[in-house]
Ligand binder design. Structure first.
Ligand code: NAP
Length: 220
């Protein structure tokens, strides 16, 4: 029997999306043989005050711009359109309903996956049983295996969780927001269309371009 096709579900707040996220998705796709990676920006990250995160439509559009040139990447509005906290369990259940013949790998930051193991997410034990997990770690992250085992409140085996070090995750959304607010460059940290979007919409305290700057053509 042919092995089941596997889809990656890349969950995040993406406030904003940056090259660390894109490298994570591409590396996961290749390492784990994923047919496709579907980016799923959330509407309301359950662990954050919605007033602290940028409007979901801005985050969705930046994710769209960043992923448009990779034929293996797509983007879903599933969480953006669902009212209330964006619980990952609801998302995975829905993707399983839509893709009954494919296996799913949920990709996100390692900190988030450790929270699931500690049982901090909605329905964590059930979520852990529904799919594989790919946990991206930043350089310098050291996984404390004993602590992971001790904190594994779910009582489940851990062989469906895979850790993957991503050097490009030295980039972080928090740092990008801070840089924009301070007027420091974010070029080469985010794709150019995302950088332009941030400036055009004055996100994160970016100074909006003057009319003359907005009109200027590349030949000026
Ligand atoms: P977060 O808590 O802001 O970030 C945790 C760390 O993971 C950050 O260092 C973050 O870096 C990194 N990270 C986040 N998404 C990543 C990705 N796709 N690939 C690589 N690194 C990533 O994370 P978040 O983005 O708000 O939440 C992650 C996902 O978990 C979201 O889809 C969220 O909805 C979900 N979640 C669900 C529940 C629940 O169901 N109860 C609870 C919490 C979170 P950056 O800051 O640079 O992105």
């Amino acid at each position: 029997m042919a092995p089941r096709r596997r889809l990656g579900i890349m969950g995040g707040t993406f406030d904003p999306i940056h090259y660390g996220h894109l490298v994570t998705a591409e590396e996961a796709r290749v390492q784990f043989g994923l047919e496709q990676v579907i980016f799923v920006p959330n509407r309301h990250p359950p662990h954050k005050d919605p007033r602290e995160v940028t409007d979901p439509e801005h985050r969705y559009l930046m994710t769209f711009l960043a992923t448009a040139t990779n034929p293996h990447f797509t983007i879903s509005r599933l969480e953006i359109e669902r009212e209330g906290p964006s619980y990952t369990i609801d998302t995975i259940v829905e993707f399983k309903r839509r893709h009954p013949d494919e296996a799913l790998s949920y990709i996100t930051g390692a900190d988030a996956i450790l929270q699931i193991l500690r049982g901090e997410w909605e329905d964590s034990p059930r979520l852990l049983a529904l799919c594989d997990f790919i946990a991206a770690t930043r350089p310098g992250f050291v996984l404390d295996h004993d602590a992971v085992r001790a904190n594994n409140v779910t009582g489940r085996r851990l062989d469906n969780i895979h850790f993957m070090e991503i050097p490009a995750l030295a980039i972080s959304s928090t740092d990008i927001r801070r840089r924009v607010a301070l007027g420091r460059p974010i070029k080469y940290l985010v794709p150019e269309p995302v950088e332009s979007y941030i400036v055009q919409h004055g996100l994160y305290g970016a100074a909006a371009p003057t009319r003359a700057e907005a009109r200027r053509s590349p030949d000026d």
